[in-house]
Design a protein around this ligand. Structure first.
Ligand code: NAD
Length: 451
């Protein structure tokens, strides 16, 4: 008996970074024939050898498995996009230097390079996070220069680094932004193609929301703005807890039991960073300004400043426990990645704090299970150690700044004999204060009582 399977489509994934490489491998896992394209020859060489160019749990195994089937391959040649039914655009949209706005040059270049290779009935699908209005602008460019195609859809991506494979294979929702919305003929044709792409998750009952372009674009930045706001809300409460010696973790537990609030994303600490939240809320503010809605998102400026203040507070706390000066102090830093299970150091709070301590004369030794190479390139003037033991040897103070499981599970006994002074600052509220204090350590954390 032949079991009905998902119809395989040929598709292109343009831009093979944190989003695109995972998307390409997951699409192949879903049974499609996929060509991943990037302008970075080193990244493509790694991927061609089935090596993940960055740390992402599950990706190495997935690459190996799907490339062995022959359904997934990688190239730097955009001409190989020709003949795919769907072309995903997954290139970066970083913050412009000196401005809040997103830099659209990579998206524009990718679409321009793709247009000459587009054939009749093929659909371009944007996944990058973009300012509202981008899809309409690109759709008219495609309509002008490649009128036989199916045009454009916008399909924002919600994956979390560190969980990117599961989030792509089993997303918690799918959003399609289609030309004119779900009821137009164009919209229906685009939806039909995307339904084929996502047949497996859709069959499993994944919620699907089909919108017009502008709503889909806004969904993504609204989601990230909400998450950033939730984090900065609890961090503002942590600032107040510090004033009165109250405990932010108990406060978060207590308000989190109200399911209108929810406990998730209420972990006070060093705040958010990475290649998404900071630049996305800034680009959103910039776009609101362009749309004449300058006042609407001013609260995001506050969200951003609360977030950045936590980094300064962490440095101040380190100086405080080192008796008022960091000059010549050995400071061990645990963590460089912007969050655990990632090697991404873009706008990393941990690395930012380490660099600030260095600027104040501290002698920083940093360790991280995955992000050391990236950190070394970004901040060359601090020292790096492969292990926690090497990082903390002779330390005046130890800072936990990225809550990797191995750091959460750290026992005071493991490092008590190595440090010069038993002082630990918990930048992520990841440790049990009682345990560390019982072992003779000075334990301080953001938003928690002094002792
Ligand atoms: P990234 O920097 O890791 O990857 C971007 C890739 O695009 C790079 O490999 C770059 O070489 C490539 N590229 C640039 N110009 C190109 C071109 N003209 N043709 C082909 N390739 C080109 O960035 P990322 O984290 O993967 O983010 C990509 C987009 O996805 C951004 O808009 C981001 O906001 C969004 N996003 C990212 C995440 C995430 O967790 N990283 C989650 C959701 C959405």
């Amino acid at each position: 008996v032949r079991v009905a399977t998902v119809r395989s489509m040929r598709m292109t994934v343009i831009g093979c970074g944190y989003l695109g490489a995972v998307h390409a491998a997951c699409m192949a896992e879903l049974g499609h024939e996929v060509i991943g394209i990037d302008v970075d020859p080193e990244k493509i060489a790694a991927l061609q050898a089935a090596r993940a160019p960055f740390y992402e749990p599950g990706l190495p195994e997935l690459l190996e498995r799907t490339m062995a089937t022959g359904r997934l391959r990688f190239t730097t040649d955009i001409a190989e996009a020709a003949g795919s039914a769907v072309h995903f655009v997954c290139v970066g949209t970083p913050q412009k230097k000196g401005e809040f706005a997103a830099d659209m040059k990579y998206v524009d270049a990718a679409v321009d390079a793709l247009i000459p290779h587009l054939g009749a009935g093929e659909l371009v699908v944007g996944k990058s996070t973009v300012p509202v209005g981008t899809a309409a602008r690109l759709a008219s460019r495609i309509a002008d220069r490649a009128p036989d195609t199916e045009g454009l859809a916008w399909n924002p991506e919600f994956l979390r680094e560190g969980h990117a494979v599961e989030d792509t294979l089993t997303p918690d929702r799918l959003v399609y932004g289609v030309d004119g919305g779900a009821d137009t003929a164009e919209g229906k044709r685009a939806k039909a193609l995307l339904d084929e792409v996502y047949a497996t998750p859709l069959k499993r009952g994944t919620p699907l929301i089909v919108t017009d372009y502008q709503t889909a674009e806004l969904v993504k930045v609204a989601a990230n703005s909400f998450l950033a706001t939730k984090i900065s809300f609890i961090n503002a409460m942590a600032e107040l807890c510090e004033k009165v010696n109250a405990d932010i973790t108990q406060l978060a537990d207590a308000i989190g039991h109200d399911d209108r609030i929810g406990r998730k994303f209420l972990n006070a600490g060093l705040g958010f960073g990475g290649g998404c939240l900071p630049k996305d809320i800034r680009a959103f503010m910039a776009r609101a300004g362009e749309l004449g809605a300058d006042q609407t998102l001013t609260f995001l400026r506050e969200v951003d400043s609360i977030n950045m203040r936590r980094r300064i507070r962490m440095v101040d706390l380190a100086r405080e426990v080192c008796d008022g000066s960091l000059i010549g102090r050995r400071v061990a830093v645990l963590g460089a990645a912007f969050k655990p299970l990632s090697d991404d150091i873009r706008d990393s709070p941990a690395l930012n704090v380490a660099a600030q301590i260095r600027l104040q004369g501290g002698d920083v030794v940093l360790t991280d299970p995955a992000a050391l190479d990236n950190a070394r390139k970004a901040v060359p003037d601090i020292s790096y150690a492969e292990t926690v033991e090497d990082a903390v040897r002779g330390a005046d103070v130890v800072l936990l700044l990225t809550e990797w499981k191995e750091y959460r599970d750290l026992e005071p006994a493991t490092i008590s004999g190595l440090v010069k002074n038993k002082r630990i600052l918990d930048g992520r509220n990841a440790l049990d204060p009682a345990r560390w204090r019982a072992a003779g350590w000075t334990y301080r954390a953001l938003g928690r009582p002094r002792a």
